[in-house]
Design a binder for this molecule. Structure first.
Ligand code: NAP
Length: 248
């Protein structure tokens, strides 16, 4: 029976992906900053472990407790909307710590066991904003575009060891806690000079009739990345993302 370790399972895509792999009969290590046993169906195949991807000791403890895994899903992430001028560098670093360096650090911690077994898959969740630039998302987009590049280069370095890496790029998903979580970081992030631009962006979202991404779309793309060795490096998740990156 195969085992997947997923980060950021307290809500949104991570929670849905944990449900999906459980339903498919996999062993699931669902990791959360604040572990809760009540979010997922009770199962002998489920373990809920504490993990903050920005904390080296937490990563070390989690990887030891998890034991052997077959697939790592780096899903945990945080958002930030704002003009660069309104974002303190400490916040820029916070975004990169979680989205970029957290992904790198956990991947680094898991690789020795993958290399020794000459098997394993690393799936990194980035975003369709890396396919089509949107205003007021420079820092967030940069943190995710770096993961795209990281993942594609790593694929070359790990192929000789039988290890695969893949990217899942979800579109906009207003149904997760992502927007609400990001709002706590938006204090002062839109200086007055950018108010009109921001107003246009918000109005565009409110009036948009474009399709959005559902958590199930992301779980399905991650499932494909885990189980289909021949799938493309980049998998779009959600109708809006697929419009930007058609995936066969
Ligand atoms: N929703 C969208 O529109 C969208 C679109 C494209 C890509 N994405 C990406 O998809 C991923 C999942 O987002 P989502 O929409 O499911 O958002 P979400 O509901 O806010 O879930 C994000 C998860 O990441 C966790 N997390 C945040 N910082 C962490 C850290 N330092 N260590 C460990 N876990 C941490 C959160 O845990 P806590 O509960 O502890 O905060 C939560 O479980 C993110 O990487 C996001 O950038 C989202």
């Amino acid at each position: 029976m195969k085992t997947v370790l997923i980060t950021g399972c307290s809500s949104g895509f991570g929670l849905e992906t944990a449900r999906h792999f459980l339903a498919q009969g996999w062993q699931v290590v669902a990791t959360m900053r604040t572990p809760s046993e009540d979010l997922l169906p009770r199962s002998e195949r489920l373990r809920v472990l504490a993990l903050d991807v920005t904390d080296a000791a937490s990563i070390r403890d989690c990887v030891v407790s998890a034991g052997p895994i077959d697939v790592l899903v780096n899903n945990a992430g945080i958002g930030l909307l704002g003009a660069l001028e309104g974002i303190p560098m400490a916040q820029v670093r916070e975004i990169f710590e979680a989205n970029t360096f957290g992904t790198m650090a956990l991947t680094q911690a898991v690789l020795p066991q993958f290399r020794e077994r000459r098997a394993g898959v690393v799936i990194n969740v980035t975003s369709s904003v890396t396919l089509k630039a949107l205003p007021l998302l420079a820092v967030y987009t940069a943190s995710k575009a770096a993961v795209n590049a990281f993942t594609e280069v790593l694929a070359l370095e790990l192929a000789p060891f039988g290890i695969r890496t893949r990217l899942v790029l979800p579109g906009r998903a207003p149904s997760t806690r992502f927007g609400e979580n990001a709002r706590s970081r938006m204090q002062g992030s839109i200086p007055e000079a950018y108010a009109d631009l921001a107003g246009g962006v918000f109005a565009g979202w409110t009036q948009s009739t474009e399709e959005v991404t559902q958590a199930q779309d992301v779980a399905a793309a991650i499932w494909r990345a885990a189980t289909d060795a021949d799938c493309p490096m980049r998998l779009a998740a959600g109708a809006d993302a697929e419009a930007l990156l058609p995936t066969a």
